[in-house]
Design a protein around this ligand. Structure first.
Ligand code: ATP
Ligand code: MG
Length: 393
């Protein structure tokens, strides 16, 4: 008797005419996530089915499936022929899997999509309840408040699925259903979490990292590559753009008021990002900023950095999150240990003692007159490189 995994999706029910596209994306993403594990992925009546795998891979498969955005829950079920006796055996096997000798309240719920199956759902549920009670005296029927619900799903395909528990999945929307976005990926804790959350809402993530080599080390770059690789688990392969900020930082350091260093850095980063978005078709810039966390994340600072981006939104999914909440997610997605490795970020090079906390657009523009912003942006774009990160590389 073989186990299969049944997956249910949520919000995409709401998508009316686009539903087909969403469902196909979800199917593709599920297939991609399971690449490398021999199995069959198919659709059955508004659900997805993973079958024909080596039974010892079941835990690995459910762990992967749980993290595919768009699914709300899954069940592990026995798949059998729709024959009364065969189903009865599977139900007893299911109970044997659960039984630990203690008293348990249960109920049986049958759904009969196949009207050729000769017994009505309610009668079949009662029959199977009787079979369980006979073999397992420690099991008691409780239809109102059962601890265990045995579901028997008799499909039109001639197959029946018997399951007992529903496992929560992460939810969200299929990656890619909300277009592509450019994640500003530093080596810190916040930006990988921001990327995860946007992928969860259906945005396919590409990333950009600004480095100040040789002021920052090769290891700092490798750390960012590792963080991007962690995100591929949720997002699929990631195109990571690497842009040198060394000359830009030197120019700002030489010519601008130190208090504006970070402010001008961030404004130039934003300009480079918007240019990358234009050439690559990304529909938004994504950052890990959280309101008030540091001087560059006050509402005034955000106003001055937003001001240089003209045609696309800058999305900040963590804007209202506390650091403790961000750290919790960072740990859950497996990024935290990498994020806290001690390599420096480019923003820490030439760091001023007291950065401006409430800059104005006018003041920022005045500081930028001392450097060739346009020329520096062009040069940064011209020298940009990229790598494609996949979780198997
Ligand atoms: P993080 O934990 O993500 O590093 P942070 O708390 O250190 O964030 P900042 O250094 O002010 O905050 O950066 C704010 C956001 O700007 C980051 O979340 C990230 O999206 C972006 N960012 C900062 N530095 C870089 C960089 N070197 N390359 C790309 N994006 C960056
Ligand atoms: Mg940082």
């Amino acid at each position: 008797m073989k186990k299969v995994v049944i997956l249910r999706y949520g919000e995409i029910h709401l998508k009316g005419k686009n539903r087909g596209t969403f469902e196909n994306m979800l199917l593709q993403n599920l297939r991609h996530a399971l690449e490398g594990i021999e199995c069959k992925v198919s659709r059955i009546a508004g659900r997805y089915l993973v079958s024909e795998f080596e039974q010892e891979h079941i835990k690995k498969i459910t762990d992967i499936c749980k993290n595919v955005f768009g699914f709300v829950s899954l069940s592990v079920a026995y798949e059998v022929e729709s024959d009364k006796e065969v189903i009865e055996n599977a139900v007893l096997k299911q109970i044997a899997d659960i039984d630990d000798g203690k008293e348990k309240a249960f109920k049986v719920l049958t759904k009969r999509a196949d009207k050729n199956f000769p017994v009505r759902s309610d009668i079949f549920s009662a029959d199977m309840g009787g079979v369980i009670l006979e073999k397992y005296p420690n099991f008691k029927v409780d239809v109102k408040n059962p601890e265990i619900e045995i579901r028997i799903d008799i499909r039109e395909s001639g197959k029946t699925y018997i399951s007992s528990s529903v496992i929560q999945c992460v939810g969200g929307m299929p990656v890619g259903s909300a277009g592509k976005g450019l994640l500003m990926l530093s080596g810190g804790i916040d930006s990988p979490v921001a990327g995860y959350m946007m992928a969860k809402r259906g945005m396919k993530i590409s990333a950009v990292h600004f480095h100040s080599y040789p002021y920052t080390s090769e290891l700092a770059k490798e750390k960012v590559v590792s963080l991007a690789r962690i995100l591929t688990k949720y997002n699929g392969p990631i195109k990571l753009h690497l842009v040198s900020f060394t000359k830009i930082q030197e120019e700002i350091h030489k010519n601008c008021d130190d208090a504006y260093m970070i402010n001008i850095i961030r404004r130039i980063m934003m300009r480079v990002c918007e240019r990358l978005c234009e050439s690559e078709g990304y529909k938004a810039i994504l950052t890990g900023e959280s309101l008030g966390q540091v001087a560059s994340q006050t509402v005034e600072s955000i106003t001055t950095t937003n001001n240089v981006v003209k045609n696309i939104p800058v999305l900040r999914p963590l804007v209202a999150f506390d650091k403790t909440e961000i750290i919790k997610i960072s740990k859950e997605i497996g990024a935290f240990e990498t994020s806290i490795l001690p390599y420096e970020d480019c923003c820490t090079v030439f760091l001023p003692d007291s950065p401006i906390i409430k800059p104005t657009i006018k003041q920022s523009e005045k500081q930028e007159k001392y450097i060739d912003v346009e020329g520096l942006v062009n040069e940064a774009i011209a020298g940009a490189e990229y790598v494609i990160i996949s979780h198997r590389s």
